[in-house]
Design a binder for this molecule. Structure first.
Ligand code: G3I
Ligand code: 9MR
Ligand code: ZN
Length: 764
């Protein structure tokens, strides 16, 4: 049973803490130190009446959905006012046909009554179950019903024995059920039939044994939970303080002494977070130490450090994440600790639609899944190379990877692990680049070596080819410039590969963008507009070769590139712009090329500064938080540093640092979004190794708030939540709490800049 707790901050819905619900593993909440006693307010009233909306189908099929896994069926509301399930094929598993309903809570220790009416056009069994909607999908309660042509009234009482689940799924598994298999029935011989459901009702019978849910305490006082360098600007953000709470102190933790007292800014409404904010500037505190902020009325921040080397260990972990995502090689316990695993995904993969198999082993697992996708891989590798180019000293040769200690910069070596894989993804004949290699479906929550389904290489794509050309041209230059003689051949290989991929893109540029083949369900990385990828590739190739033909392409395609300020996986215009703006040969260009690029690029940078100034958290956000919004925030900071390199501007640097502060704790959720770092960080990421091992892998940046509510868990627990707070630390919420290599990579870039400052350089 979870311990009950409360602290002084905002009480969020109980939903927040059930990351590994049902896995039977107790997690140590990251909030341990800041939590206190049981809360009165946290007591939830037992819900009254029918927990199922539209259980009588008076509102058509609303709220009821169909999922098929090999079966075929449809849902209608029939003339008798029932829900009619027309099944033409059961598939071969019990969830081959599944009708489901989301949007209620199951509270631990509560007795429920579930009732419904049912009849069918054929005698058969089906199961109804209330289950965990993620992980191993195990049932909290399940029963089998034998359908007849007569209407039967089913009624069942049961107790929720497991930890409270705020977002379970009620489902009717109407596929190929056990009794069919036991009767020796061939799935294909089961004819078309219908099952009718009506008057569904789920009620609470007895809530006296209900166990209160654990609450995650969100701090009201937000600071960068890792900390600040002594000379940094330091601004704490306060949410919804009492009106007469107007002052704050900075308290040194070891002595309990206040080292600074300040007054808070006037409260301001923050509509995107649904709160009132004020801020407190404590930049004057420069003495190294561990501190917390305490308001006049006793609200406290998580603790934080002021120190010159404050980011060192976090930075190392965030870089190391890429090593921990490596595919196709053994990760040793010495370097990977608990996340060690034998070699995975090393077998040859079949090219989709053919019998041909190729070796595409290597590279980084994309995310919480084990797919390897060229488009986001190119962004991740490019970010790492750009970070290396600007601040190689941030990485050095001690990143804790297998290549460490060999005298070669680890950033180059980690990036090469991905680039070597990407080279295998290029078709030698056409120069085109395959979009991705994954199994056809996402695997269960298993370790990588346990994903053993057939690996499929998906078709060549325009975006994969252009992104590949861009990053390979960048690599040709960067590895070619390195003093390592070993890289001379590699640089030449990259350049040839880039030119071939570019030619493939040009020969296919009028074809439509990549779409998943119908029987492939893994990440699609769709992108209907590849003009920006084309521009980026041309810009990198020009910067590397100064071949005029690439400049011609840049000029031709430029008017169609609408995202010269974007560093996303789908919107790569700013990579192209930056390449162009740092190409000396273009500076002397007499055409308007550079002028137009410059204008759009710096307008984007200025807009990041302006938007960030417009809110207390100083983040480049208003009301829109998309899937992976933390990448957007990190990209905004990275863009400012790129801009600052071309036209130094203190405002750019200040705003870039503010984006980092946001990611590390100065945000409306109060989370430090990097696993294992800070006081309150994600402990239940949607990440298969973390789920399989029951603990979060360190150093991973979670996706962050997604106000579009793009998974079933988020849809329930974040309903009606202000945009900036649409985040939940739960494994089921893949749209908020997954992690990816290309969300870490701009964070790597941002953090690496902390090593670019003169006083640190002097110390090296
Ligand atoms: O482009 C629109 C924009 O116009 C609109 O304002 C905004 C509003 O929310 O949405 C934007 O589109 C979003 C798009 O990402 C680009 O940001 C979509 O709604 C959103 O669904 C889409 O999410 C992507 C998701 O896959 C689903 O396709 C994420 O960016 C992408 O990171 C994620 O990638 C997955 C892989 O498929 C599989 N591996 C894990 C990885 C991370 O979750
Ligand atoms: O685990 C998958 C994650 O890596 C993807 O980003 C996400 C979106 O494509 O999908 C996740 O898989 C879910 C699938 O889409 C729907 N069924 C539940 C899966 C997670 O348990
Ligand atoms: Zn693998």
């Amino acid at each position: 049973m979870h311990r009950l707790k409360r602290v002084t901050g905002i009480i969020l819905t109980a939903a927040l803490v059930f990351g590994l619900a049902g896995c039977g593993k107790e997690q140590t909440p990251a909030t341990e130190e800041t939590t206190q006693a049981v809360s009165e307010e946290a007591t939830t009233e037992a819900p009254q009446g029918n927990l199922i909306t539209n259980g009588d189908f008076s509102d058509g099929t609303n709220h009821f959905e169909m999922y098929t896994n090999g079966g075929n069926a449809s849902l209608t509301d029939n003339s008798a006012g029932e829900l009619q399930v027309d099944i033409t094929s059961t598939g071969t598993v019990e969830h081959g046909v599944q009708v489901y309903y989301d949007g209620f809570e199951m509270t631990e220790g509560t007795v429920y009554q579930f009732e419904f009416d049912v009849h069918g056009t054929m005698e058969r069994d089906f199961d109804w179950r209330i289950q965990l909607n993620g992980g191993d999908y195990h049932a909290y309660h399940a029963e089998t019903v034998s359908v007849t042509e007569e209407v039967q009234h089913i009624s069942s009482q049961f107790t929720m024995e497991e930890a409270t689940d705020p977002a379970p799924r009620l489902c009717f598994n109407m596929g190929y059920v056990n009794s069919m298999a036991e009767a020796g029935l061939d799935a294909a011989s089961i004819g078309a039939h219908s099952i009718m459901l009506d008057n569904l009702s789920l009620t609470v019978v007895d809530a006296s044994g209900a166990v209160e849910a654990e609450e995650v305490e969100l701090p009201k006082v937000k600071v960068n939970q890792i900390g600040y360098k002594p000379d940094a600007e330091k601004i704490a953000v306060f949410a919804d303080l009492e009106e007469d709470d107007t002052t704050f102190q900075v308290v040194e933790e070891s002595t309990g002494e206040s080292v600074f007292e300040g007054s808070l800014s006037e409260p301001e409404d923050n509509p995107y977070a649904g709160e009132t904010n004020c801020t407190g500037d404590f930049s004057e505190v420069t003495k190294e130490g561990t501190y917390k902020i305490v308001t006049g009325k006793g609200e406290e921040s998580p603790s934080f450090v002021i120190g010159a080397d404050v980011y060192d260990s976090t930075f190392k972990n965030v870089v190391k994440m890429l090593y921990l995502q490596r595919c196709g090689m053994e990760l040793t316990e010495k370097l990977a600790g608990d996340f060690a695993h034998p070699q995975c995904h090393a077998e040859k993969a079949v090219i989709y639609g053919t019998d041909k198999q190729i070796d595409v082993s290597g590279g980084w697992h994309d995310a919480g899944d084990y797919g390897r996708y060229v488009v986001p891989g190119a962004k991740a590798a490019a970010d790492l190379l750009l970070a290396y180019e600007k601040t190689p000293q941030a990485f050095g040769d001690e990143c804790g990877i297998p290549e460490s200690g060999d005298g070669i910069n680890d950033a180059l070596q980690e990036a090469k692990y991905e680039l070597d894989w990407m080279l295998k993804m290029q078709d030698g004949e056409t120069g085109g680049v395959y979009h991705k290699v994954t199994c056809k479906e996402f695997p269960e929550m298993v370790m990588p070596q346990e994903e053993t389904a057939e690996l499929v290489v998906c078709p060549l794509s325009k975006t994969a080819s252009a992104d590949f050309a861009a990053v390979m041209a960048m690599a040709a230059r960067i590895y070619g410039d390195s003093k390592e003689s070993a890289y001379a051949d590699f640089s030449a290989t990259c350049l040839t590969a880039a030119e071939k991929a570019f030619a493939y893109y040009e020969a296919h540029k009028d074809e439509r963008g990549f779409q998943n083949p119908t029987d492939v369900a893994t990440g699609e990385y769709p992108d209907g507009n590849s003009k920006d990828e084309y521009f980026w590739a041309a810009a990198e190739l020009y910067k590397t070769t100064q071949d005029e033909k690439y400049k011609t392409v840049m000029a031709e395609v430029l008017p169609e590139v609408t995202n010269l300020g974007s560093l996303g996986w789908a919107d790569v215009g700013a990579y192209g712009a930056y390449a162009a703006l740092t190409t000396p040969e273009l500076a002397a260009d007499s055409t308007n090329l550079l002028r137009d690029i410059d204008k759009a690029f710096f307008e984007a940078a200025d807009s990041v500064v302006a938007t960030s100034k417009g809110n207390a958290y100083k983040v480049n956000r208003e009301d829109s938080y998309e899937w992976g919004s933390n990448m957007g925030v990190a990209n905004s900071g990275m863009l400012l540093y790129l801009a600052n390199e071309i036209k130094p501007n203190e405002e750019y640097v200040a705003a870039a640092k503010a984006q980092l502060n946001y990611l590390l704790g100065v945000n409306a959720t109060g989370y430090c979004f990097v696993t294992g770092e800070g006081t309150l960080s994600p402990v239940h990421p949607h990440h298969r190794p973390s789920e399989a091992l029951g603990k979060p892998m360190p150093g991973m940046l979670a996706g962050g708030p997604d106000s579009a509510l793009e998974d079933p868990y988020a849809k329930v627990v974040l309903k009606d939540t202000p945009a900036a707070k649409c985040y939940v630390d739960n494994t089921q919420s893949y749209s908020c709490n997954e992690v990816t290599i290309y969300w870490n990579s701009p964070l790597i870039y941002l953090m690496a800049q902390e090593y670019a400052e003169p006083q640190l350089l002097d110390m090296q």
